[in-house]
Design a protein around this ligand. Structure first.
Ligand SMILES: Nc1ncnc2c1ncn2[C@@H]1O[C@H](COP(=O)(O)OP(=O)(O)O)[C@@H](O)[C@H]1O
Ligand SMILES: N[C@@H](CC(=O)OP(=O)(O)O)C(=O)O
Length: 442
């Protein structure tokens, strides 16, 4: 059997619902469906999830949230009516409206998936199973055993079900929301629990492109990639698949297919443990994230001075900031964080480091973007890294730092924010134009 997850763009309105139905009915094996909340469409510029977050913000500011709520309600009623369904969605909308004044963030923001799944279940003629009945979280971790047992008790082998994505329930019975893009995680967990043969992830692009299609028009599609490569690309910012959604299917070696709801006839991307030798490119994908800060400390023979390093870490801990990378050298150590994560604490951290620790220097760099090149081949052909540095050097892009991780399949460059798109473009165009030549050279 297959688990099929449909993203927000696939369920944005009644027309999209019809495409979903045609896909689901097109294969008898598609028996477990996970949906996100109705997303953006031509006539709806904001995702329902973001509208729900807006309601919470207005409520907390003591402002009128009813116009936003009414807009959401109208969207769901319109889908119901255009599809000629009988679901009494007004009852659910009324309950949610009554709850808003005291609703938790997790409960309120999860309602988009709840309502979308209710409509989809009715439209498909499948059973609606609320995620709160079996998606059990315990201390923030998913409880596979308890969830699997409960699911077995509530559905049979032949059941055809629709489950809302993005949330589950905690030990206290309260709604537990997953990170943004979390319906991908729900789908992956369901595939794991049901021992699916395939996890289909239906979105608005025909598979994963080698580079963000918003930067590289007509970017080449990745036909196959490994779970590990997908995880690294997702971590580095490709929004098409949530990074935490890889592990649940990887554990059971369930392949993932990334497919396009608007063009179901097109091949997508297949994610597996090992890519066929002839399917692997020199570089699998390029991804990136903008707006980082780097705090670098320098001290002669720092790598041997654990006393100094522990003082530095004590300061970092005091500020409770999460750093994503900690590259180090013999005399230096750097902390890399998203600018929004350090917000206005940077100056205070630097002052504390300068005042309290005996360092040679403390340096701050801002406006840094990270660009990652991911490829299973990087570990087998280390010369690829050199070629990419060559490309950047001849494009006169200043590299602020290079990080090659122990996983050996990802190479990260720090460049100035204004060079972000140029960096991705230069690597993409050069590697694709010269793939044959590069292969022979390394
Ligand atoms: N490398 C990439 N390949 C494909 N899509 C990408 C890539 N990087 C970013 N994206 C973006 O991801 C989007 C799909 O993800 P998302 O908006 O979460 O879809 P959904 O609503 O189906 O969950 C695409 O429309 C595309 O703009
Ligand atoms: N609706 C949630 C969860 C999700 O997975 O959405 P999408 O599939 O549209 O990325 C969000 O916007 O984060």
């Amino acid at each position: 059997m297959k688990v099929a997850k449909f993203g927000g763009s696939s369920v944005a309105d009644a027309e999209q619902f019809k495409k979903v139905k045609a896909i689901v009915m097109g294969n008898d094996d598609r028996r477990a469906i996970v949906v996100s909340a109705a997303g953006k469409s031509v006539s709806e510029p904001v995702k329902v999830t973001d509208l729900l977050i807006k309601i919470e913000q207005l409520r907390d500011a003591g402002r009128d949230y009813l116009p936003v709520f009414n807009h959401i309600a109208k969207r769901f009623v319109a889908i119901r009516d255009e599809l000629g369904l009988n679901v009494a969605i007004e009852d659910d909308l009324r309950t949610i409206k009554q709850q808003i004044p005291q609703a938790s963030h997790d409960y309120l923001v999860s309602r988009g998936e709840f309502l979308t799944a209710k409509l989809m279940a009715d439209f498909l003629g499948f059973r609606f199973i609320d995620a709160s009945r079996f998606m059990f979280f315990s201390c923030d971790h998913f409880d596979y055993k308890a969830a699997g047992n409960r699911l077995k008790a509530i559905i049979s082998q032949s059941s055809r079900i629709v489950v809302p994505g993005f949330y589950g329930v905690d030990e206290a019975g309260m709604t537990h929301l997953m990170p943004r893009g979390g319906s991908d995680i729900s789908g992956a967990i369901l595939a794991n629990l049901l021992n699916a043969d395939l996890y289909e992830n239906w979105t608005d692009v025909s598979g994963i492109k080698m580079a963000d299609p918003r930067i590289i028009d007509q970017s080449r599609k990745i036909n196959e990639l490994t779970y590990e490569e997908l995880q690294e690309l997702s971590y580095m910012g490709i929004s098409v698949f949530q990074e935490e959604a890889v592990q649940p299917v990887r554990k059971k070696q369930i392949p993932i297919a990334i497919l396009n709801t608007n063009h179901p006839e097109e091949d997508g991307t297949l994610v597996v443990d090992h890519v066929r030798e002839n399917a692997a490119g020199l570089i699998t994908g390029i991804a990136g994230k903008r707006d980082y800060v780097i705090i670098s400390i320098n001290k002669y023979q720092l790598s041997k001075r654990l006393d100094i390093l522990s003082q530095v870490f004590a300061i970092i801990q005091r500020f409770n900031v999460s750093f994503e990378y900690l590259p180090s050298g013999t005399d230096s150590f750097s902390f890399l964080a998203k600018r929004s994560a350090v917000a206005n604490q940077v100056e205070a951290i630097i002052n504390a480091l300068e005042d309290e620790v005996d360092l040679d220097s403390v340096k701050l760099e801002t406006g840094i973007s990270l660009v990652a090149v991911v490829s299973d081949q990087l570990s087998k052909r280390p010369a690829i890294a050199g070629k990419i540095l060559d490309i950047l050097d001849s494009s006169q892009i200043k590299i602020h730092l290079v990080i090659q991780e122990s996983s050996d399949i990802k190479l990260v460059f720090g460049v100035a924010n204004q060079d972000y798109e140029k960096t991705i473009e230069k690597i993409y165009r050069n590697v694709n134009a010269n793939e044959k030549k590069l292969r022979m050279a390394i």
